[in-house]
Design a binder for this molecule. Structure first.
Ligand code: PMP
Length: 457
């Protein structure tokens, strides 16, 4: 064996470079560094955690020689597992949602894996969902191991053992802020826990796409409605147990357009061949740095590379078709809508009696109200919930609205495009507008209709 050679490709996982951004974020007080995880041999940071998943499964005896690894994956976890399976002689079956890029599916098949594609637009507990299909395949396949990245502690564990210590060493401990997008949340949980143990004052900042429910959960402890979005690998429509909200100091939201345009800038302005979720993380870090406006070292993790998205993020035609390349402001933003003359924002307190809330609603001619418990947004009380309450005979004059609130709303920002708002309002009855964590408005379909009608004249 040659002295400088690796025994196999798995030994080449990790030791990815940490690189300073020079043009993106120029003019900010903070320095932004990126951790180039796309340079791992399987193409992403998932190499580290899948190696840990397989190592631990072998130690426990959950994975036997010649066994089959099954996973519900959006691609990078699959690539890591498929690479490991090739080296160690396992079979692989992957179940993927249909919004994933062709390149990701093809690359898994290239490793010899079987790929089953499932509809993305169904609930996680639907038998057609990729989570359900993966579970069923596991039950049906003898000598199989379900990697279960959304609930396997060896996922964050892999980053705790590998990515965290490496970053700590590469920064000589001079890391003030760590920024990462969150899918399973494993990267943030593992790296975050390691950094926090070594430097309690380090700030851990998650990045979440508009449409995912992490943002509202972290900001308001509410599980609101999730919406589809296009950036791959980050954001969720449920809470995986690998996600640890308690570690986060802050969470920044980005929309698809910001993710994709920033990914393109990473490649064109910095020569960093990174993908869509890398764009998301950097766009989030820049927003965060702008707001903090202080001299500090921000480290951003770049999960995977541009090659997987050549037909999407790096294809002008695709970007234009989806409205991400438009120079014109389009239909405007939620902020523009809120600037038109409209009624003030009316809210209710959790301890208000049902009959008083009904009176408020009739006086102002509104059909739903945000309900607050002190500063904390509890949810929305709607005409429908009130009607149900009255009609089922549960009504008592002293009852409070606290038990009638629900989470059936979208949450948006003043900068959210009217086009995104319109998509969301097709699925839910109202959108709450947050400026940071402050609720500044509430938009219903009729507000949107009035706004669009005004634009048309
Ligand atoms: N970016 C990409 C491209 C991914 O595939 C993933 C994993 N789903 C993430 C970011 C998020 O990583 P994690 O699951 O560790 O939160």
């Amino acid at each position: 064996m040659l002295k400088q050679a690796r025994a196999n490709i798995l030994e080449a996982i990790g030791n990815t470079p940490l690189v300073k951004l020079n043009r993106i974020g120029a003019g900010l007080k903070a320095d932004i560094y990126v951790k180039c995880e796309y340079m791992n041999p399987g193409g992403s940071m998932k190499d580290r955690m899948t190696l840990n998943l397989v190592d631990q499964a072998e130690v426990r005896g959950d994975l036997q020689p010649g066994g089959t690894i099954i996973e519900a994956t959006s691609g990078n976890t699959g690539a890591g597992l498929a690479m490991i399976a090739a080296v160690r002689g396992y079979q692989c079956v992957f179940v993927m949602p249909d919004k994933m890029s062709e390149e990701k599916i093809a690359s898994l098949r290239a490793f010899g894996a079987r790929v089953v594609v499932c509809p993305a637009a169904v609930e996680p507990d639907d038998p057609r969902s990729y989570y359900s299909v993966a579970k069923r395949l596991c039950d049906e396949t003898p000598n199989s191991f379900y990697a279960n990245q959304y609930h396997n502690p060896d996922n964050p564990g892999g980053h705790y053992l590998s990515t965290g210590p490496e970053l700590w060493e590469q920064t000589d401990g001079e890391i003030d802020v760590f920024v990462a997008g969150m899918g399973t949340g494993g990267t943030m949980a593992g790296v975050g826990r390691y950094l926090r143990e070594h430097k309690p004052e380090v700030r851990l900042v998650g990045v979440d796409p508009v449409g995912s429910l992490y943002y509202d959960y972290v900001k308001h402890q509410r599980l609101t409605k999730a919406f589809t979005y296009m950036v791959e690998g980050i954001g969720e429509d449920f809470l995986p147990s690998t996600f640890d909200a308690s570690l986060l100091d802050d969470i920044v939201r980005v929309d698809d357009k910001e993710c994709f345009l920033t990914a393109r800038e990473l490649v064109r302005l910095e020569g960093l061949y990174a993908g869509g979720s890398s764009g998301a993380a950097v766009a989030g870090a820049v927003k965060y740095a702008r707001e903090r406006d202080r001299r500090e070292n921000i480290v951003v993790l770049l999960p995977d590379g541009a090659a997987k998205y050549l037909s999407k993020v790096f294809n002008d035609e695709w970007l234009r078709e989806n409205g991400f390349l438009e120079q014109s402001p389009g239909l405007g933003t939620v902020g523009d809508l809120l600037r038109q003359p409209r009624t003030e924002l009316i809210t209710a307190r959790a301890d208000e009696r049902v009959r008083d809330v009904i009176k408020t609603m009739t006086t102002h001619g509104i059909s739903q109200l945000p309900v607050f418990d002190g500063d904390r947004l509890l949810g929305v009380v709607s005409e429908v919930a009130l009607l149900r309450h009255l009609a089922t005979g549960e009504y008592s004059p002293g009852a409070t609205v606290a038990s009638l609130v629900d989470d059936d709303y979208a949450s948006v920002e003043p900068g959210t495009s009217i086009e995104s708002l319109q998509k969301m309002l097709a699925d839910t009855r109202l959108a709450m507008v947050f400026d940071g964590s402050r609720l500044t408005g509430l938009v219903t379909k009729i507000d949107l209709i009035e706004y669009l009608a005004r634009q048309a004249v």
